[in-house]
Write a protein that binds this ligand. Structure first.
Ligand SMILES: Cc1ncc(COP(=O)(O)O)c(C=O)c1O
Length: 402
């Protein structure tokens, strides 16, 4: 018997293709295939031992019931001080809301600033984290892509931003350091963006700064530190990438006027983030930072390793990423040389013929016009995997080039 219909909203929901490709990779591995995966964006380290212990202690001392929806005051206080210090700002604990990862706040922010189906617009980076476009669409707002350009080290042109803002623009999503390109918004970029936004006081900013501790070139810079921007910026950060805590599910946002609303969204969805994980996050923020420092250093060394190796392959051009743990090489020439119609065919052939799993640019929105074809590597994997994986690609390219 046919089931009742689903909503058009649900039908419009996109996905994060890293998870889809990962399922494909896992199936191949289950069939006995040898695949080196560069797909998943999570540190390949355990959470620091003192963080693990804090979680265990929370369980053993009975700290595992519901918490206030905004989070335990110890974590809000620690996160406020941490986020403030990182950005040279004063952030009050009351302005901070804790969630089950940073991801849910993307939807909460869109829902808090746009109405369904009335033409409210949200500007977001392309290529970008696929959840932005998926949630903008599913929540009935209008997605307005803002293109990141290779010629600008994967930042966007502030004039292009200015041209895309209309009376209906409600929010601008920024992400720096960036997934998937590893690009950074420089101080100069942020000043230019702030100058544009001062002309448009109706626009909120969602500053996705989940990779704030993984900056390789210069200091981390936040749009919230630009004059007049703090009040209108939802700063988003979290534990996943900095302390290798992806599965613990702890993220936090800061914004004075939206904090009560964000808290209500949490009450309406998860009730609260995991109580156990919240205590672990207090330990992560307040405890020793050796592991976080070591991970950043390791990612930087791997960035240099993978960038050098990729640039040795004819037809592949890779800029050194400024942050996060992603390489985003231009593969336009190598696609042509190996007879692949595009980056997606190249990705599929790498997976099936070379045993290397990467993501293609189409997994991060439609391709930027006139910017060629790209694939994404997460280099949150060992040196050995990087060397072996890129050698397999080099061999594939050599064998298949005309
Ligand atoms: C740009 C970006 N924002 C947000 C997230 C979500 O992080 P969390 O694990 O805190 O939900 C990710 C994770 O991959 C990301 O790449």
């Amino acid at each position: 018997m046919a089931t009742p219909p689903i909503s058009s909203r649900a039908a419009s929901l996109g996905t994060e293709n890293a998870f889809v490709v990962l399922a494909e990779v896992n199936e191949l591995i289950a069939q006995g295939r040898d695949v080196i995966s560069f797909c998943i964006g999570q540190p390949d380290f355990p959470a620091p031992v003192h963080v693990q212990r804090a979680g265990i202690e929370a369980i053993e001392t009975g700290l595992h019931g519901y918490t206030p929806s905004a989070g335990i005051s110890e974590l809000r206080t620690a996160a406020a001080s941490y986020m403030g210090k990182m950005r040279g700002l004063e952030i009050e604990p009351d302005d901070v809301v804790v969630g089950a990862g940073a991801k849910p706040f993307i939807a909460y922010a869109i829902q808090s600033t746009t109405d369904y189906g009335v033409g409210d617009e949200v500007i977001y980076p392309v290529p970008g984290f696929p959840i932005y476009e998926s949630q903008i669409t599913a929540l009935g707002a209008v997605p307005v892509p803002l293109y990141l350009r290779e010629s600008r080290n994967f930042a966007f042109d502030p004039d292009e931003l200015a041209a895309k803002i209309t009376d209906r623009t409600r929010m601008l999503i920024l992400n720096s350091p960036q997934n998937p390109t590893g690009g950074l918004l420089s101080k100069k970029d942020l000043e230019a963006i702030a100058a544009v936004l001062r002309e448009h006081p109706q626009v909120w900013i969602y500053a996705d700064e989940i990779y704030s501790r993984l900056v390789f070139d210069g200091q981390f810079q936040s749009i919230a530190a630009e004059p007049g921007m703090l009040e209108r910026t939802i700063i988003s950060d979290g534990a996943s990438k900095t302390w290798a805590m992806t599965g613990w599910r702890i993220g936090f946002v800061a914004n004075k006027s939206l904090a009560p609303l964000m808290t209500k969204w949490v009450t309406n969805t998860d009730s609260c983030a995991s109580h156990i994980s919240q205590w672990a996050a207090v330990a992560a923020i307040s405890g020793p930072q050796n592991d976080a420092t070591m991970m950043r250093k390791t990612f930087l060394a791997r960035r240099d390793l993978i960038t050098g190796l990729l640039n040795n392959i004819p037809g592949i051009e890779c800029q050194a990423s400024g942050g996060a743990f992603y390489a985003w090489p231009n593969v336009t020439e190598v696609c042509a040389a190996t007879g692949c119609a595009d980056s997606e065919e190249f990705r599929q052939r790498l997976l099936h013929e070379a045993g290397v799993a990467v993501l293609a640019d189409i997994h991060f929105g439609h391709r930027v016009p006139d910017d060629g074809q790209h694939i994404r590597f997460s280099y949150a994997t060992s040196d050995e995997n990087i060397e072996k994986g890129v050698a397999r690609i080099a061999e594939f390219v050599q064998k298949n080039s005309a």
